[in-house]
Every structure is written in structure tokens, then in C-alpha cells.
Design a protein. Sequence first.
Length: 259
Amino acid sequence: MTRAPRGAGTIDIEKALSEGQKAFEPGLLAKANRGILYVDEVNLLDDNLVDVVLDSGEHIETDQVLMVVGRQPNTDSIGLDSVGIDASDFGVDDTGRVRGHSSLWAIGDVAGREQYTHVANRHAAIVADQIAGTASRRLGESVIPACIFVDPPAMVVGPTWADLEGDDDVVWAETDAEVPRMATDEMADGFLAIAARRSTGTVVAAHGVGPKFDELVHALVVAIDGEVPVTTLARTIQPFPTVGEVLGVAFGDLADQLS
């Protein structure tokens, strides 16, 4: 068995530290069909290692495998048929109302939107407003943030890179998380990518992986929902020494891309 390159790719850490070279070597994903690797089998080896066998016959040897299968709303047993709704045709509009039923609403995972607790909480507030408030609030009124609580954390705010691909009005800036706090606390490396629209000069999306990056999400949500100009964001001051200093660098990089 030959050991294959890492799935996403690799960086030679020794050269990066000693020579400042950060050449990224593409991994198996670069050759994958539509960015998807298909797994034929997973075998447990000695010393608690795992051998992942791809359909191409290549092997990836690692110490951990994270399997994500996704979720689908379970609408089979909630009584949709009792109100004349076909489960295969079930859908919710931007008010939270079930399509075709003026007095029936759905919130949370069953609504078929993003499956996060904070989104379900927002759904509840919007439906409450529709029933007993101003009836002015809508699903999609705010950008959706998401965090993956691994080590280091990953985060996504708004549309993904794939969602915005091909949109000529959008520019991206990619920033390495190289701020003093990373060195003082001996943290792992990370990167942050932020997108803005040329036509508005405002941020529309962000994603990244790095230590404490789940705590960067709040500032990015405010920047997007508040439609704060990138030129203004680039002049903000981030406290030293915090991981948040990466935002100042990233906003500056993005301003350069827009100029």
C-alpha cells in the first residue's frame, strides 16, 4: 500500500518555518469528480490508525475519520395528512407559513431551511411576529452564520465560495491567520476568506478555519447585516493581542482587492 497525499492538500511545515515557503501541494480533492471523494471502505489498522480506501484504489492513512451524513426533516409522523398536506409536497414560504395553508406555520428543521438551533430560534420569533406582531419579519432577513466546533473551529457566514462562484461582482480576499496571539499561545495555523461586492463595497460572505474563529463570527455578522463599507471596516481597530486582529488584516486585504 502506498500512502496517498492528504485529501485537501499539504504544506511543508519545515520549509514554511525555516525558509518562509508556503507552497500548497494540492491533494486528492484537486483530481476528484466535482470536488467529491468516493469511499469504498474504511479499515482499522494497528496502532489505532485508519485506512480509507477510495474508489480510485488510492489509500489515505490517518488517525481519525469524521463521517457526516446530513439530516432530513422527519415529516412522516407529524400528522400532515390530517390537514390535507402531502408530505412530498410540503414547503414553507418566507413568513414561515406552510404553502397553501394560511393558518399553518412550521419552524425549525421541519421548515427545510438551515438546520441550526439559532436558526430555529429565529424561525420561532418570525412566526410569532406573523401571528401576533407586525407581520413584517421574514425568513432570510439576516445572514446565516454556522460554526463547526472541531479543533480548530471552522465557520461560515452567508453564501459559500461555491454559491458565489461565477458572480463577477464578487471579489474574495484570503488571509493567513498570522497574528501575535497565535504565537504567544502556540495556536494552530488558520486562514480567513472574506467576500465583498464591487457594486456596493460591502461584505457578503466569509469562511475560515482557525483557533477561536467561532468567536470571529459575531463581528462578521454585524458587518454583513449592517452593510458596513469595507473601507470603514479596514480602518477599525482590533485589540492587541487577540485572534480578532486577523479581521483587521483581512478587511485591509479585501479593501485592496476592491481598489
